[in-house]
Design a protein around this ligand. Structure first.
Ligand SMILES: Cc1ncc(COP(=O)(O)O)c(C=O)c1O
Length: 357
């Protein structure tokens, strides 16, 4: 694989005049790479960000054959650009591709592309410690032939954007609406893949949550409607009797890289952890009795966001304001990402121009 650089490197930090928030402050470049039938993945191009031309019959538009990832690069205290566990995103994108009958990009090539992109576009990231360079790789089927089938041709796109916090409400805790009608994922379905349809299917429930004055949906399992699964774009943790508990992975939950990282950090810090089915009733009863001391959501975009309230069938359950385990894990995680804590688990990778050019 070659990466042909067809645009100038970024030179200007973005997001300094207006808070960049999340999702709008794109860097000027993007990577494109095509998969051609019979030929496989072609050379990649780093080009100016611009609209794509796509056949209106494209498989992705009609049948949702589309997968993506979300990852971040940071500027550490020495001013260097570092990526956090990019191979884990590459591996998860491979799993998503396999589930959606798509050709994966080899992990090493994906990682090289991401490193090269960050090196080229990294000047967009200022040294404001609340900012990060969020990377959004996506692959989708482009065959312009109708009829439900796996596409023969694909396009990979890598976008970058400068982000600050995911939630606009600052450090105020989240209010989650536990969904009692719709489900996000079923056993044997696509819940463990990062595929577009999972997010499309969550939008109506998310709208209901917002209408109820909540920030996000907390999903229950589809079979029993009893066990906590995750949020729409984040995994869920609770602290019960001093133990950090999170639902086990399976084919209905996205295997969050933040989730995995926090479990490893907690074990390293001597915090008891459990991955086990987590009944909603246990968490709610625990809030009333004082056994449940923390609930928090975790993900690349939102990092660790404490939950202030759970709303279940109209009733609000309020969590304690102070959530010491969430606060400590967040400080550790962001410290490693920014280089103020030692990276003992070797999670950081430096962005480099590499030999791909
Ligand atoms: C459904 C879902 N769950 C959990 C996560 C958290 O995953 P990660 O920690 O890898 O960002 C995400 C974000 O990618 C997600 O979309």
């Amino acid at each position: 694989m070659q990466l042909h650089i067809l645009t100038d490197p970024a030179t200007t930090p973005l997001g300094l005049d207006v808070d960049p928030g999340f999702g709008e402050c794109f860097t000027p470049g993007m990577i494109l790479r095509d998969y051609e039938p019979g030929l496989g993945w072609q050379d990649a191009r780093l080009v100016p960000r611009a609209p794509l031309s796509i056949d209106p019959a494209a498989v992705a538009l009609h049948y949702g054959q589309s997968i993506f990832e979300g990852m971040k690069a940071y500027r550490d205290t020495r001013g260097e650009l570092v990526l956090f566990r990019p191979e884990a995103n590459a591996e998860r994108m491979t799993l998503s591709a396999e589930r959606m009958a798509m050709p994966p990009i080899p992990v090493a090539e994906f990682t090289e592309l991401v490193k090269a992109f960050v090196a080229h576009q990294g000047a967009c990231l200022s040294d404001d410690p609340s900012h990060a360079l969020y990377l959004r790789p996506i692959t989708f089927g482009t065959d312009g032939v109708l009829g439900v089938h796996p596409s023969k041709a694909y396009t990979f796109v890598l976008l970058g954007m400068i982000v600050s916090s995911y939630f606009k409400k600052g450090s105020k805790g989240l209010r989650l609406r536990v969904e009692d009608q719709y489900v996000r994922a079923v056993k044997g379905g696509t819940g463990a893949a990062k595929t577009a349809g999972n997010y499309a299917a969550s939008l109506l429930a998310q709208r209901k949550a917002v209408e109820a004055g909540c920030d996000q949906v907390l999903w229950l399992d589809a079979q029993h409607r009893e066990y906590i699964e995750e949020l729409g774009g984040m995994n869920c943790f609770t602290v019960l009797d001093g133990t950090l508990v999170t639902p086990p992975l399976g084919d209905t939950i996205l295997a969050g890289i933040t989730r995995d990282t926090l479990l490893a950090l907690a074990r390293h810090l001597g915090i008891p952890t459990e991955e086990r089915p987590l009944p909603l009733s246990e968490v709610l009863d625990g809030i009333s009795s004082g056994r449940t001391t923390e609930v928090f959501a975790t993900g690349t975009a939102a990092v660790i966001s404490s939950v202030a309230e759970l709303v279940w069938k109209g009733e609000t359950f309020r969590l304690p304001d102070a959530q010491p385990i969430a606060t400590m894990l967040k400080a550790k995680l962001t410290g490693i990402q920014k280089g103020t804590e030692p990276d003992t688990m070797h999670w950081l990778t430096h962005a480099q121009p590499t030999a791909l050019v």
